[in-house]
Design a binder for this molecule. Sequence first.
Ligand SMILES: Cc1cc2nc3c(=O)[nH]c(=O)nc-3n(C[C@H](O)[C@H](O)[C@H](O)COP(=O)(O)OP(=O)(O)OC[C@H]3O[C@@H](n4cnc5c(N)ncnc54)[C@H](O)[C@@H]3O)c2cc1C
Length: 305
Amino acid sequence: MTVSIENSLSGVRGRVSRDVPLAPRTWFRTGGPADFVFVPEDADDLASALKALPATTPITVLGACSNVIIRDGGIEGVVIRLTRGFSDIIVDGRSIVAGAAALDMTVAEHAATAGIDGLSFLAGIPGSIGGAVVMNAGAYGADLSTVLEWIDIMMPDGTLRRLAATELGFAYRHSILPTGAIVLRARLTGRSGDPGEIRAHIAEIKAAREAAQPIRARTGGSTFRNPSGEKAWALIDAAGCRGLRIGDAQISEKHCNFMLNLGAARSMDLEQLGETVRDRVRAQSGIDLHWEIKRLGRQTAENQA
Ligand SMILES: Cc1cc2nc3c(=O)[nH]c(=O)nc-3n(C[C@H](O)[C@H](O)[C@H](O)COP(=O)(O)OP(=O)(O)OC[C@H]3O[C@@H](n4cnc5c(N)ncnc54)[C@H](O)[C@@H]3O)c2cc1C
């Protein structure tokens, strides 16, 4: 597999690297290496790579890694990172067309400058537009589904498709994309607003986040989805898990739906901590918490023991 991946990617223009540590790229700073990382130059380059790779090659796309645990065994196959060629932000009337690699915060700032209201919630989400579409990221009563018009995706065979927001099965922190689809760009639409007022709103959002969330810590954002009519953090708190620790993995004292890596945590510690919390919440309230954080990659032998 390794040799065939290497051969298949020999003609691409973008950067191909082997055995690439991924932990430094993740907010948690944990996890093993990728067998290969491919950073395409642009959409044509990405399409060429996908067409050249054996159809059985496992492909994983990573955004800003602010909602993932990459397991300690690393990621098999090819990890695709979208960077410069996928980060354009174009203002078009009350809409913004943003590349998948554009950061949510940067999109919010462009919207403010252009007097587009309704996208400020993105200012508090430390991910990319691609990740925001996949996770239906949101805050303060808005989420991607409330502002998205369409996305352009690339299918595993390298073909392009445009999907309307209504085709994405959006639900709370959830969307349904065709299997293996890679989000390339998204069109978001707001309403007319005053740039000064929008900027003031963004400043308020940033201050509120600073007060309520451990945003400077090694964390992965909300660990579990809020069950219907409930708050995950309140269930976790009621189950006595605030501050709970396994090794250097800890449930945040500040916001107990956030896990922290206090320094030397492994992904295994974080995952075990999450599962312990699920058990305790189930025992205390009868409610099953579901992971919001995406757990990607291979377990190590130790994980499986
Ligand atoms: C401090 C902190 C605060 C947070 N606050 C919020 C919040 O208020 N609201 C909220 O909704 N989330 C929040 N999050 C979680 C996170 O920022 C969001 O889920 C964000 O949208 C994830 O984007 P990302 O680029 O980091 O995606 P990643 O974490 O890199 O990936 C998430 C998933 O998307 C997939 N993916 C990423 N890019 C693409 C692409 N181009 N094509 C196909 N698949 C792709 C990945 O494979 C993975 O399955 C927070 C996280 C942190 C660390």
